[in-house]
Design a protein around this ligand. Structure first.
Ligand code: ZN
Length: 79
């Protein structure tokens, strides 16, 4: 799994919509890619904050910013 594929699965991952094999790939990717691990962690924290405030819709703008940041880092790191 590449960083791009990881990011494309991220929404489904948090929606609980990914298959077990995809889930395993996501978990394998974050183990070897620290950038994506940070994204996963940040996204998880952000979602929990939103849920506490009873806002269930994850803001698209924030997601796009996260994606842009991770792609910048990952392209430099050649993961
Ligand atoms: Zn990655």
């Amino acid at each position: 799994m590449t960083c791009t594929e990881f990011l494309s699965k991220l929404d489904d991952y948090f929606d609980g919509k990914v298959d077990a094999d995809v889930l395993a790939e996501v978990q394998a990717h974050v183990k070897k890619c620290s950038h994506c691990e940070v994204v996963l962690d940040t996204t998880r924290k952000t979602i929990s904050i939103y849920r506490e405030n009873e806002v269930y819709e994850f803001p698209a703008e924030l997601r796009e910013r996260l994606h842009a940041a991770i792609m910048k880092k990952c392209s430099k790191a050649k993961v």
